[in-house]
Write a protein that binds this ligand. Structure first.
Ligand code: IVH
Length: 688
């Protein structure tokens, strides 16, 4: 007998895995909601399926933490009248047979008694709930985390009918899906600048629905289908098909029924056997590409509501319904070129430019190639005929190469060793998949991010120069690299003519820039944004090399002088990675030039005396009372920078007690223990 993996697990391992899956799924839900998913639908489904299967086997763990995106702060939160559940997924015929058998067993039916199944397209959009009171649209919510949704009434009002038709119940909450048609998606993307384009219709729908300004939602031409109900004051029938008939009568849009060879003539596609379902599934899969909206599978629902009620739910999904997913859509096209994109922090990402092709109704002209290993592994070349896949929520990927169609003169793709934007070396660190540009201070692709870091709090700390302002100065050509910040004063007139700059705010900014010229060596080093050189490392470097020129001079020699490199490696806390990164950075002439210019533009204070030279290195000190010439935080920082350990209470181990005004019990204790007591001035004299 085969033992399943989880049977070998202890209960603790199962719980741990479930928690990890919950966390992971919530993380991806959040990204998905923000329209920047990191994994494909298929990958997401693998996570969901694993969670579902574990929870089914271990029902004791099937209670929340909840899965689903947390409601955001942007919209007010409203609890759902009853939870908005999700669906379990099936990927194979076998899964569906098992589901059906389980249901029959649960309901006590014999294997030859068939259950009618209502079949619907699974719309790849965003679920919503809409409450109608006395036939009038009253409240619209997103799914949120299933328990609490976000109030998007105003946005939904631009999509849903304001009033129900005919004989409506007093209270009716309908649930359904918001989506964007392929046609509207293409038009929308055509009207947006490159960096604002959406990856697919679902992201476009999400981005358009969750707008604070509902007129934007209205302009995006979203659409909806209803598929179910929440709260309802009257019965709408005895079956799921009855619901759909009621929705039609009430003037609501229901999910269109796909005509297939086996379903023509029926009002709703109720299926009586699983083989019928399967035939329908394969038929729809064929016709999927002709639809004007994305679907990612079919939803099978047990038609009889009394059965639905008896079956209930498990792990926040109904037992009576299941999603039968379609595999990701694929198409064949050719690679016209391979471009390298440089990200904000210098990562080089290869992108295949494709002969445009329609995949599931959406025109695709780019595919991600991930990184150089992926290109090598699949031997992807310019001119190749390839199979691409659009997995719903991500940029299309290359599935395989048809080597038989490869042009005779084709050559393997060679990943560039230089940044295509600035020409600096692109290096790949050990254990990393990505190559990165080393021209940080010059590379246009990275500049906005670099400048943002340069002026950030732990660095030059220039208030009033946020990302938005930097981007605007950059767009206007006022800042081309970090050194240009210090000539902004010469451009004051141009800036003040720009929107958003009053006299006072500009004065403040220029004042903050002027002030930032006085900077410590460690902050200056940190500000350069050299990879792996964070605040702690910058401090270590500053202490070792003491002044800017000395440091700068040594850094330039790292590549050629092994002694210098060794001295760097010998600094406690600095390893090969940092040393390698500094060597790469200073191997680039542009970086050297800019650091040189900065050193002359700024007034960089020498670092505090190297610890070992200080009289207090290795000593334990305690501060007490009110200090008059510095704050307690300053005193602590200064003492530590000289290698002293600052303790909060006096003991036999204390070397010095620095007593400010009105010192109390600590002073008394120090005297009792014969600890050396210094006044603030004596202390300053000692560390001078
Ligand atoms: S029924 C209690 N029917 O799929 C179950 N859901 O993956 C309610 N969806 O959150 C869902 N088309 O937003 C149902 N025809 C359909 C659907 C559908 C799309 C969405 C729904 C749900 C998600 C689960």
């Amino acid at each position: 007998m085969k033992i399943k993996q989880e049977e070998l697990f202890g209960a603790e391992d199962v719980l741990k895995e479930i928690k990890k899956l919950y966390k992971n799924i919530s993380y991806h839900d959040e990204l998905y909601k923000e329209g920047r998913p990191e994994i494909s639908d298929a990958e997401y489904d693998v996570l969901r399926r694993r969670l579902d299967s574990l929870q089914e086997k271990y029902p004791q763990y099937s209670t929340p933490p909840k899965v689903g995106a947390k409601p955001s702060e942007k919209f007010s939160k409203v609890p759902h009248s009853m939870p908005m559940l999700s669906l379990s997924n099936a990927f194979s015929e076998e899964d569906i047979y098992e589901w059906n058998a389980r249901n029959k067993k649960f309901l006590g039916l014999t294997s030859d008694e068939n259950i009618n199944i209502y079949v619907e397209l699974k719309i790849d959009g965003l679920s919503f709930s809409a409450l109608y009171k006395n036939g009038k649209f009253d409240l619209g919510l997103t799914r949120g985390d299933g328990e609490i949704g976000e109030n998007i009434t105003e946005n939904l009002a631009t999509i849903l009918p304001e009033r129900l038709h005919g004989d409506f119940p007093k209270i009716l909450e309908v649930r359904g899906e918001i989506y964007m048609s392929h046609k509207n998606f293409t038009n929308l993307n055509d009207s947006l600048p490159e960096e604002e384009k959406f990856a697919n219709p679902r992201n476009a729908a999400a981005g358009s629905l969750r707008q604070k300004d509902a007129t934007i939602t209205a302009s995006r031409k979203l659409n909806y289908f209803v598929y179910g109900i929440g709260e309802c004051s009257e019965s709408l029938g005895n079956t799921q098909s009855d619901y759909t008939r009621s929705f039609v009568k009430l003037g609501l849009k229901t999910i269109p029924f796909v005509q297939t060879s086996m379903s023509s003539g029926r009002v709703t596609p109720v299926k009586h056997s699983i083989s019928e379902l399967m035939e329908f599934y394969y038929n729809v899969e064929q016709k999927r590409k002709d639809l004007d909206f994305d679907i990612d599978g079919l939803v099978y629902k047990i038609d009889r509501l009394d059965y639905q009620k008896r079956l209930g739910e498990v792990a926040r999904a109904p037992r009576w319904a299941i999603a039968h997913k379609f595999p990701a859509e694929q198409a064949i096209t050719q690679i016209e070129s391979i471009d390298i994109q440089v990200g904000r922090i210098g990562t080089l990402t290869p992108v295949a430019r494709l002969k445009p092709i329609t995949v599931g109704g959406v025109v695709v002209s780019n595919a991600t190639l991930h990184n150089e290993d992926e290109i090598r592994r699949k031997d992807i070349r310019v001119g190749d005929t390839i199979v691409i896949q659009r997995a719903g929520d991500v940029i299309p990927q290359v599935v395989s190469v048809d080597v038989s169609k490869r042009p005779a003169n084709s050559i393997p793709y060679e990943f560039p060793a230089y940044c295509p934007v600035c020409g600096s070396h692109a290096v790949r660190e050990e254990g990393e998949v990505a190559r990165r540009c080393t021209g940080g201070l010059l590379c246009e692709a990275q500049l906005v991010e670099r400048i943002r870091h340069f002026v950030s709090r732990g660095a030059l700390d220039i208030e009033g120069l946020g990302e938005r302002q930097i981007q605007a100065f950059w767009d206007d050509g006022l800042i081309k690299n970090v050194t240009d910040i210090f000539s902004l004063a010469d451009k004051a007139e141009i800036i003040s003519a720009r929107q958003g700059w009053g006299k006072k705010s500009l004065e403040n900014l220029l004042g903050a820039i002027e002030k930032s010229r006085d900077v410590s060596l460690e902050k200056f080093i940190y500000a350069l944004g050299i990879r792996h050189v964070g605040e702690v490392t910058a401090k270590l470097l500053a202490r070792e090399y003491a002044n800017a020129r000395n440091w700068f001079f040594t850094m330039q020699q790292l590549g050629s002088d092994s002694e210098k490199r060794e001295s760097l490696n010998n600094i406690h806390g600095i390893g090969e990675t940092v040393a390698g990164s500094l060597t790469d950075f200073f191997a680039e002439n542009h970086n050297v030039e800019i650091v040189e210019q900065l050193i002359s533009l700024l007034r960089i204070a020498d670092a505090k005396i190297a610890m070992s030279d200080s009289k207090v290195a290795g000593k334990t000190v305690v501060f007490t009372g009110t200090l008059t010439r510095m704050t307690r935080a300053e005193a602590k920082e200064r003492a530590e920078s000289l290698g002293a350990k600052v303790a909060s209470s006096v003991s036999a181990q204390t070397d010095f007690l620095i007593a400010g005004e009105e010192a109390g019990s600590k002073l008394k204790k120090a005297r009792e223990l014969n600890v050396a007591v210094l006044s603030e001035d004596e202390w300053l004299e000692l560390i001078k």
